[in-house]
Design a protein around this ligand. Sequence first.
Ligand code: MN
Length: 406
Amino acid sequence: MTTWLDVPADDPFGIATLPYGVFSTDDPDLRRVGVRIGDQVLDAARAAEAAGMESGLLWEAPTLNPFLSLGPQAWEAARAWLTKVLTDEAYRDAVEPHLVPLTDVTMHLAIEVADYVDFYASEHHATNVGTLFRPDNPALPPNWKHLPIGYHGRAGTVVVSSTDVVRPVGQRKAPTDPAPVFGPSVRLDIEAELGYVVAGATALGTRVGVGQAAQHLFGVVLLNDWSARDIQAWEYVPLGPFLGKSFATSVSAWVTPMAALASARVPLPGQDPEPLPYLRGSPDEVFGLDVRYEVRVNDTVVATPRHADMYWSPVQMLAHLTVNGASLRDGDLFASGTISGPTPQSRGSLLELTWNGTEPLNLDDGATRGFLEDGDTVTMTAWAPGPDGARIGISEVTGTIRPAAS
Ligand code: MN
């Protein structure tokens, strides 16, 4: 399948990807839904109007949420329509005037995030963290292989890629300190994760089973769960992550639809013991995703994690999240947890890459890093295998650390 646009065959944002985002041009208040193709943005609502697609009216909106509320059949129809008008020359005259160069747009957070949950689904990450922080106990907590562990995060501080991140201040207390101290975090870290955009509201008291979960997964973003390790370490017992995480969570500007990731589905690495029945499904239902990351600190690639190493499937995470009757809302977001693999190069946090700061990273410019310094820029990019050898891009998530507010 080829488009009439001039897009290189190996472009990760070719015709097989078609991610959705929210953009503006001259007037930042005039936000609307766009679809990325190559280095251009299709003004979706105006193209739909010009080419006679009525439900495209929902793209004349400042977030993707109205479109999300339509459900999987409408998403599929919209994607089929977009593919048709971008490949069939007959639509070119109607559609081409509504393409805007990517360099001329400002991107905004694509969804109004309803609820945000972060999981902990990498066995390698959980093992590394347990080894670092609880050396006298088994690395994995006793519940870890029975349920996908998670916590509720702060939806209102999810920010779009390129938003600066201000170093948080708070309390910290090293084990040897006599009392807590207050000030800017000195152990600011990253977590390379995949974020799942959820849609299809459900009623309180109902469950979404493993077999239905995929119908609620609209798409994915790269997600950087910025983490102040020193604040986190002092506050997290016994109720879990709080201010060490809630100051900012960065996500890609573009949401890559799950429909673009059909060729990236892979079996899970294997679950032993077999989970309880509500977390079981056929291999088709309980899938993993082959998404390959590059994590850069400034200009140095520091890690190349792979999402295919994750122990839990996103459908198991969603089934678990709702098994107690908790309802879903359009725009819910859940994240995989830090993606780490079996090798040192595949670790998705500085905590692991530097072994809690004891083995600093060497950057290409000669600098070393245990944790992040002010002015550092962290950028994550990723792609997944697509049809016919195509690469499916999941757009970058980047952010620069600014000094703590005084
Ligand atoms: Mn996390």
